[in-house]
Design a protein around this ligand. Structure first.
Ligand SMILES: *Cc1c(COP(=O)(O)O)cnc(C)c1O
Length: 425
């Protein structure tokens, strides 16, 4: 269907045939029945397509993955139990013990830990780089065993915009894919494949679900990266898989190779499946995503301007502000608006930041971000607590930074709440 992303949000995925339910059914079943043992055997050999056990695949999940895939303009997708699982699978699907990859140092704290600490224990090394380095400087970080480059379209929580084309060019020059976490922008505001990214990941927990009811993730493959052209770098895709009777994914599945391997191998062995019930909630969220993003962006811009004009506020970062350092990048990659999240600081340091946050009426202090309700958090005291002062600075998270996730309430009410809390300090 050659329609706009707003229409895809609603009509892609589940497409009922004559007499079938209008709304996406929840296949609340762990298992699927077959008439003969031969029918079932073919599924296990990946010779026929079909469902056999929900740890690997479930029809409800697949319909929702297909919708996100269409919205991103990809060729194959899978849901995962969380954004963390999505980023882990996306990377582990092509990196093995002894491999290396490069990631922006400004990424989400959870991903920073996963890449820098947990994956290191698996023998996979990550080098974190300043995403604003020039192409020449970035190239210095590539090694013979580098297998991927990773960044976030809009970083959480510093809301910096990634120069996707620059990252893609450097990655491709070194024969590796670019993986982009598109959580904050969503495919409504940016589709990284259009700028050269090869794989996109999401924490669907954020805007996609949109109502803070279900944790989830998604991986989408563009199908554009030619694994066979870099055969020696990606043996997991280009040589026989002994756990699947010698199937070579890139030969057998072509553009579907990456997602087929992540499903058949990683989901089989690690089992981070999304529950069909949660996938149903996610699908509801997706139906209104385009409308909500428009409102989130309009409200956030008004709030950013309000904060910027207040003399108790030290600084505001929001790429849609004309004098923001990322404004030119945002105009290029996010012409419809960036997202509802901004970061700012209150003069007088940590104590004033805490006093301000504790005085808010409906804007609540929660770990979450990117849902309908305005909420905020002080990363240095909360999400990034485990990081050293040095790591915080490397990630661009100054100790006074407050992450504000602007919701879809009436914007005058949001501003009034912020105003009365600022008046308390
Ligand atoms: C929240 C988040 C994640 C992790 O997702 P979960 O669903 O919480 O596991 C990954 N990347 C970004 C950009 C996020 O905001």
């Amino acid at each position: 269907m050659n329609s706009s992303v707003e229409t895809k949000c609603i009509h892609e995925g589940w497409k009922p045939k004559n007499g079938e339910p209008r709304e996406l059914p929840i296949y609340q079943s762990t298992t699927f029945k077959y008439d003969s043992s031969d029918d079932m055997g073919k599924l296990f050999d990946l010779e026929a397509e079909g469902y056999f056990y929900t740890r690997l695949q479930n029809p409800t999940n697949d319909m929702v993955a297909a919708k996100i895939c269409a919205m991103e303009g990809g060729c194959a997708a899978m849901l995962t139990s969380s954004g963390q699982a999505a980023n882990f699978y996306a990377m582990f699907n092509i990196c093995e013990n002894g491999d290396h990859f490069i990631a922006s140092s400004s990424i989400y704290g959870g991903t920073y830990n996963l890449f820098g600490v947990t994956m290191k224990k698996m023998g996979i090394e990550c080098t974190f780089v300043d995403q604003n380095l020039s192409e020449e400087e970035l190239e210095k970080y590539f090694k013979p065993n580098t297998k991927a480059v990773f960044g976030e379209t809009i970083t959480n929580p510093t809301v910096s915009v990634l120069d996707i084309e620059k990252f893609a060019r450097v990655a491709h020059k070194h024969g590796v894919p670019l993986i982009v976490d598109n959580t904050f922008a969503t495919p409504v505001n940016c589709r990284p494949f259009e700028w050269g990214a090869d794989i996109v990941t999401h924490s669907t927990t954020k805007y996609m679900d949109g109502h803070a009811v279900s944790v989830g993730g998604c991986i989408v493959d563009s199908g554009n990266f030619d694994w066979m052209a870099h055969k020696e770098k990606f043996p997991g895709l280009t040589t026989p898989d002994e756990s699947y009777h010698g199937i070579t994914y890139a030969e057998r599945f072509g553009k579907g190779a990456y997602i087929t391997k992540a499903t058949a191998q990683l989901m089989r062995d690690f089992g981070s499946i999304q529950s069909p019930q949660n996938a149903f909630y996610l699908n509801l969220g997706l139906e209104s995503l385009a409308v909500r993003m428009e409102r989130h962006c309009a409200n956030a811009l008004a709030v950013a301007k309000f904060l910027k004009a207040n003399d108790k506020v030290a600084w505001v970062h929001y790429a849609d502000l004309e004098d923001d350092e990322y404004h030119e990048m945002a105009k290029k990659y996010l012409p419809k608006g960036s997202c509802g999240v901004l970061s700012f600081a209150i003069k007088g340091g940590r104590a004033n930041a805490i006093a301000f946050m504790d005085s808010l009426k409906f804007a609540s202090i929660v770990t979450h971000v990117a849902d309908a309700k305005t909420c905020l958090l002080h990363p240095a005291s909360h999400t990034h607590r485990q990081m050293s002062e040095e790591q915080l600075l490397e990630a661009g998270v100054s100790p006074d930074l407050i992450r504000l996730s602007v919701g879809i309430e009436n914007v005058e009410d949001i501003i009034a709440d912020l105003q009365q809390a600022l008046d308390q300090i």
